[in-house]
Design a protein around this ligand. Structure first.
Ligand SMILES: NC(=O)c1ccc[n+]([C@@H]2O[C@H](COP(=O)([O-])OP(=O)(O)OC[C@H]3O[C@@H](n4cnc5c(N)ncnc54)[C@H](OP(=O)(O)O)[C@@H]3O)[C@@H](O)[C@H]2O)c1
Length: 420
């Protein structure tokens, strides 16, 4: 039997979940792996409040140094959340030669370069499977069983809160604000939902999984990001009539010369495997040159699913001790500021002669052809809803058309990319 001595930074939702999983399933893990996991210390802000987990008094500490500087602790597990002090504590642990296991997408995404460099310098392992997709083993898959591939494309539903909101908007025809309030009441959305609904959480995750998949660092500031706050029940209903389902997608593509990295709402054909991933579930669709296509699906959040990935990482860290730090190519690919997509453009247009010609004329002027068009609610002299779906076109060209349309005649109400 090998004893593995752990220090936990934070005993909130995830830290407490890891504590509980080790307490209730540690014997079984020992039988399967020959490793006995022992939490020597857990960092809390106040020893009196630690979420009601049965943690002995002597395990609790309010001093991070008791974990980071203790030579007996081999693996530091970080569950504080946020950028600091999480990032500097992980850096210190690696500097002291300890493996780090974390679920913290924000600190990782913003500090991956320094953390990776320190891990390389000291040879300590840096493990972060739980930072993307909770229980879904996407990062391990990219780095190990799928390593013999040029991964050309990834599309992920990696934020459960927004997927829950969009699923309910679609099922009930309800508006965004109504469903958000309900999700907050049910504890499925944070009181301040900004990080989720504005796509930041998904962008942190794309920055991490895209960097690993494309072997080229994708920084947060290079990711195009658009949240779900402008999506209306009307957009979803019109999309459905035309055979599409709306999702918030984290999209990464590697064309060999540049990388696309974007997070935004997108319509998918109803038959696409991601289109049926509903509620708070997560899924990541990958395309690699040898495995072709694959989808990984499961629970992307919650204490127990996340703890499952973390304990998996703890075992990997204990087995390997050092980590073959993900390979990044020496000549990083630039992140593109333009890309090809199809576009759903919803407009309120004057029901008058010449309006359609103006819209199609501007599109044609940019070399954009139309694949479908729908008009609703026409009343002579009044305004009708006009939906145009384009064939694949450059993003910048579509933006130029939208800017050029005369709002007196044709007011663009929403533009949603169509993928898949
Ligand atoms: N929740 C999920 O489903 C999920 C899934 C995947 C990944 N993650 C990631 O896991 C991490 C933890 O999330 P969580 O949901 O467990 O958050 P949480 O419940 O807020 O837990 C964080 C804990 O750390 C404590 N803490 C913060 N700063 C501290 C400090 N300086 N010293 C000591 N304790 C400190 C907090 O104490 P107070 O509460 O007293 O402030 C809290 O108990 C985040 O990075 C998150 O992104 C979460």
């Amino acid at each position: 039997m090998q004893e593995v001595v752990l220090g936990l930074l934070g005993l909130g939702n995830i830290g407490g979940g890891v504590w509980d999983l080790i307490r209730t399933f540690g014997d079984e893990v020992e039988t399967r792996t020959g490793m006995r996991l022992r939490v020597k210390k857990a960092l809390v802000l106040d020893k009196r409040f630690h979420g009601g987990h049965e943690v002995p008094e002597e395990v609790l500490t309010t001093d991070g140094a008791e974990i980071l500087e203790d030579p007996e602790i081999q693996i530091v597990c970080e569950f504080l959340g946020g950028e600091q002090p999480a990032a500097s504590m992980m850096l210190r642990a690696l500097e002291n030669g300890k493996c780090v296991v974390t679920a913290n997408k924000m600190a990782l995404s913003l500090h991956l370069d320094e953390l990776r460099a320190m891990a390389q310098k000291t040879g300590a392992g840096l493990y972060f499977e739980a930072s993307v997709g909770g229980a879904i083993p996407v990062l391990t898959s990219i780095q190990s069983p799928l390593i013999a591939n040029h991964i050309e494309q990834m599309m992920g539903i990696v934020n459960g809160t927004t997927n829950y909101i969009l699923t309910r908007m679609a099922a009930e025809g309800a508006e965004y604000e109504t469903v958000l309030k309900d999700a907050q009441r049910l504890g499925l959305a944070e009181p301040d939902p900004t990080a989720d609904v504005e796509g930041m959480d998904a962008a942190y995750k794309l920055s991490i999984m895209g960097s690993l998949a494309f072997h080229s660092r994708i920084h947060m500031e290079d990711i195009y990001r658009e949240g779900i706050t402008k999506v209306t029940a009307e957009d979803i209903a019109f999309g459905r009539e035309m055979g599409y389902v709306l999702k918030l997608l984290a999209i990464g593509k590697d064309n060999g010369e540049s990388i696309e990295a974007r997070v935004h709402p997108a319509f998918l054909p109803a038959e696409h495997p991601l289109a049926r991933v509903d509620g708070s579930l997560n899924a990541i669709y990958l395309y690699g040159h040898s495995f072709k296509d694959m989808m990984l699906e499961g629970r992307g959040a919650g204490d127990a699913p996340t703890a499952s990935a973390i304990v998996g990482d703890i075992i990997l860290a204990a087995r390997n001790r050092t980590h073959p730090v993900a390979y990044f190519r020496p000549d990083p690919l630039p992140v593109a500021d333009d890309w090809q997509s199809k576009y759903f453009i919803r407009m309120k247009a004057k029901d008058a002669p010449g309006v359609l010609a103006e819209v199609t004329g501007l599109l044609a002027g940019e070399g954009i052809s139309v694949s479908a068009m729908m008009q609703k609610g026409a009343a002579p002299g009044g305004k009708a809803t006009l939906i145009v779906i384009t064939h694949s076109a450059p993003e910048k060209a579509v933006r130029r058309v939208v800017e050029a349309l005369n709002p007196e005649i044709c007011q663009v109400e929403n533009v949603i990319r169509v993928e898949g």
